[in-house]
Design a protein around this ligand. Structure first.
Ligand code: N01
Length: 544
């Protein structure tokens, strides 16, 4: 590695590109950069690859996108050689897959593990980024790519006394590799989002007593996960191109079929039969039963009512069943997909604590106090979610042109152009950033699309002798307005979701993801094909 010189006593190393994050997107970025002949390094906080799938190793962690689709499409050989064993892969299998890809493409030698990027500043005279890490030293690079993940910055609730608890406190997104021993112990799970509804049933199988602390009841549909047979695997492998093509045409970039009719265009019996079929099939496709579930409150209500009936049918104790009934729009907070969540409440060792009736007052050294009552505990599991979409970017002290801080730039909500570029931050690229379909589309597919776009962009800059690329403020404003206008064609913004920043106290309420993957992809393509309108390009000879 070239040591360019010394600054402030610390070595500075030079790269063409520094990539932050070795999850699905960061690894593929490294592959593409190598193909371009660029010298790149990936900086990763964990001690292994995998991103989300490295950190979220809690029992029950499993993807809710079919395993065949939650995989890279860029390497047909890997598509054919990797054998997914279940319809929805569990975390260990996904992590093993990512590790396999990293090895097959010999990626590890360009990744620095256990290292956090703490700061990055754009140096205008040289047109280069200076990147600082937790390991000391500086990385000097032309391009900075933030592949930090939209769900990687855990949201730790401010609960009085949490630090004083004598037992284990663990966030699902920071689950220790060695696990936590809950056998016969008293455990509380706080939170009923996707993580909480996955981890609780697994812990309940071992814990002496499990308390599920619920602030807002969640909609969840059964996954109907099962092993894949050899014949199914062979069939899916043979149909890969068609599966991928179908997914590319769907708003969510997942290949399930979305109903063509509206929920209110069919009679009650037909509607019920369609919901029943989707419920039996399991998975996120439930919310695709009708074309207007995310567009019309009344249509959405029919799906919500169906799930509420199923909850009451499943949970034996009527009082617990009643407390579990969601009363919000279905799917506008991300729909959960579970493996026995509502069934879990039929176990004798599980108790639902409804925080709306018994507020969480504080944590003591021995447990929790809810509604004036002590609950003695050995472990507290925080399934409290993430500072989504912007949190991981804003943990880094990023300074662009004129020393402008990204935190200041995004004070009233994130602003990007295409979710990829930011005005005032030249030569910096986001993967799955705010303004992209992050969180609403298959994250592997979106990551590949973003990375392909960025790689093409970097190659074009070199071919055309362009030193600097930067989103124009007007294009950025128009994009933010467009993202919001598209969101407003749906009922998503009506819900208090992490899509809109509602789960983090004080976060600006702005709808962050772009709702429609195919439209997004088409727009990105059009920008690339037309010479990057909306970006300011500075040629080498124009540079100051
Ligand atoms: O986080 P969440 P998550 N006191 O924000 C509650 C992806 N994912 O980690 O709704 C009490 O959804 C909070 O309550 P409320 C997926 O995209 C995917 O579960 O704000 N409760 C809520 O119930 C998902 O959407 C998979 O009232 C508190 C919960 O904590 C995203 O990650 C698996 C609280 C947080 O739910 C995030 O899911 C896991 C407090 N102070 C995750 N603070 C799959 O692929 C928060 N809560 C299946």
């Amino acid at each position: 590695m070239v040591v360019q010189g010394k600054q402030g006593g610390e070595a500075t190393e030079a790269f063409d590109v520094v990539v932050v994050g070795a999850g699905f997107a960061g690894l593929y970025m490294l592959c593409r950069l190598r193909k371009l002949g660029l010298k790149a390094v990936v900086i990763e906080a964990g001690d292994g690859v995998g991103g989300t799938w490295y950190w979220n190793r809690y029992p029950g962690a499993r993807c809710d996108v079919p395993s065949f689709e939650y995989s890279y499409s860029f390497d047909p050989e890997i598509e054919q050689e990797w054998n997914w064993t279940e319809r929805y892969a569990a975390q260990p299998e996904i992590l093993a897959y990512i590790e396999h890809v990293a090895e097959r493409h010999d990626l590890l030698r360009d990744i620095r593990f256990s290292t956090r990027v703490t700061a990055a500043a754009y140096d205008e005279p040289t047109g280069r980024w200076m990147v600082e890490t937790s390991m000391g030293g500086r990385l000097d690079c032309r391009h900075l790519v933030l592949a930090v993940g939209p769900l990687s910055s855990p949201a730790i609730p401010k609960i009085e006394g949490l630090n004083e608890f004598a037992g284990d406190v663990v966030h699902t997104g920071r689950w220790p590799k060695e696990g936590i021993d809950v056998r016969g112990r008293r455990v509380a799970v706080i939170g009923t989002g996707s993580s909480g509804i996955q981890v609780a049933p697994e812990l309940a199988k071992q814990a002496g007593r499990l308390y599920l602390l619920q602030r807002t009841p969640a909609y969840s549909v059964p996954s109907r996960n099962r092993p894949l047979t050899e014949a199914e695997v062979a069939d899916l492998k043979a149909r890969y191109p068609a599966i991928r093509a179908r997914a590319q045409a769907n708003r969510s970039a997942i290949s399930f079929e979305v109903g063509e009719q509206g929920a209110l265009e069919v009679d009650e019996a037909t509607r019920r039969a369609i919901y029943e079929q989707r419920w039996r099939d399991g998975g996120l496709a439930f919310a695709g039963a009708f074309s207007d579930i995310f567009e019309d409150v009344e249509a959405n209500g029919t799906a919500g009512a169906f799930v509420r009936e199923k909850i009451l049918e499943t949970v034996r104790d009527p009082e617990t069943g009643r407390k579990l009934l969601p009363d919000t729009l279905i799917g506008c907070k991300r729909l959960c997909v579970d493996n026995g969540y509502f069934e879990m409440f039929n176990r004798d060792n599980v108790e639902l604590v409804d925080l709306r009736e018994r507020p969480l007052e504080r944590v003591t050294t021995n447990g929790l106090v809810v509604g004036g009552e002590d609950i003695p505990l050995d472990a507290i599991v925080l399934a409290t979610g993430f500072d989504a979409i912007t949190g991981a970017h804003l943990r880094i002290d990023i300074r662009g042109r004129g020393g402008q801080n990204l935190k200041d730039k995004w004070r009233d909500g994130p602003k990007t152009y295409l979710g990829i570029g930011i005005a005032g931050f030249p030569n910096m690229f986001l993967v799955s950033g705010p303004g992209s379909p992050a969180g609403l589309a298959n994250m592997v597919t979106l990551g590949e699309q973003n990375v392909d776009w960025i790689a093409h962009c970097m190659a074009t800059l070199d071919t055309r002798g362009i030193r600097e690329i930067e989103a124009e403020p007007q294009a950025e404003d128009e994009w933010v307005a467009h993202v919001n206008a598209v969101a407003d064609t749906s009922i998503y913004p009506l819900a208090n979701s992490w899509y809109i920043g509602a789960n983090v106290p004080g976060k600006p309420r702005v709808f962050m993801p772009y709702l429609d993957y195919p439209a997004y992809k088409a727009r990105c393509q059009q920008v690339a094909d037309s010479g990057f309108p909306g970006f300011r390009l500075v040629a080498d000879h124009q540079a100051a």
